[in-house]
Design a protein around this ligand. Structure first.
Ligand code: HPA
Length: 276
């Protein structure tokens, strides 16, 4: 019996391949909330709205545009997702992660993922960038279901989800550019609610440094199909651990803070791409 999931991946990949004009992107980028402006720096860009791509959902989240962009950045051909799909939008995990398998099918070997996140770590400040060194996942695992053997193994190793060599390159780049970076563990929740104070204390105790509602599904699927991953969080707000404070977590402010920090992240991604 034909696997509908594979058909969906193949159809989308064929559609995109027909628009590559001989280009072969080996680097993929996922742009999180408020970080879509990296798209403006891509040269010779072909912009494909998700709604034109067969089988692609349309992203509905605030601060997410909904385009696949193929072009040049840091002297290399890249493919970027300007906006991603989240589990909280109601999409099944297969669709949340469809673009990653499509990227793999068109030849992507390295994935740079970004997101806006809350700072659980009390030494983090709004506007900080955090290298994701590991994650804790509480979103349903996107690999649940019959294994797609053509993409990867049933039980993928997750000892090193984030590539050590890419992390080291970014640490050197940041030093050169004079940007201080945090390095920590990303705690993924389904959302769409922000955390309660008790949850903030719990996630912190569990070892989380930043909390967000995305990224890990894409990372798991990328690792399943052998793509090397680098991840970065923009700390857009602190996480409140007290019911007594007058703190309010605000989606609009998250997008605004991400937009401010995006310039630093764009510079780092561009330098990293040059070195890949
Ligand atoms: N919690 C969860 N997701 C987020 C946050 C947060 O505080 N900030 C940005 N994305």
């Amino acid at each position: 019996m034909a696997d509908e999931r594979i058909e969906r991946i193949k159809n989308a990949a064929e559609f995109i391949k027909a628009r590559l004009d001989g280009r072969k992107p080996e680097i993929g980028i996922v742009l999180g909330s408020g970080l879509g402006k990296l798209g403006d720096y891509i040269e010779d860009a072909t912009v494909i709205p998700y709604k034109q791509i067969p089988g692609f959902p349309v992203s509905t989240a605030t601060g997410h545009k909904g385009n696949l962009i193929i072009g040049n950045l840091g002297g290399k051909t890249i493919v970027a997702m300007q906006g991603r799909f989240h589990y909280y939008e109601g999409y099944p995990m297969e669709l949340v992660t469809l673009p990653i398998r499509v990227m793999s099918s068109i030849g992507v070997k390295v994935l740079l993922v970004s997101n806006a996140a809350g700072g659980l770590n009390q030494s983090y400040k709004v506007g900080d960038l955090m290298i994701i060194k590991d994650h804790i996942n509480t979103i349903p695992n996107p690999l649940i279901g019959p294994n797609m053997n053509d993409f990867g193994p049933r039980f993928p190793d997750m000892t090193r989800p984030y590539d050590f060599e890419l992390i080291e390159k970014v640490e050197n780049i940041a030093r050169r550019l004079g940007h201080e970076l945090q390095k920590g563990v990303y705690f993924a929740t389904t959302g769409p609610t922000y955390e309660t104070p008790a949850e903030v204390r719990f996630y912190r105790m569990a070892g989380g440094d930043a909390v967000g509602m995305s990224t890990v599904p894409e990372v798991i699927v990328a690792r399943h199909c052998g793509i090397r991953v680098f991840g970065m969080s923009v700390i857009t707000n602190s996480s409140n651990d007290s019911t007594k404070s007058d703190f309010v977590n605000d989606g609009e402010d998250v997008v605004k803070q991400a937009d401010i920090a995006a310039t630093k992240m764009i510079a780092i991604f561009t330098e990293l791409i040059k070195e890949i």
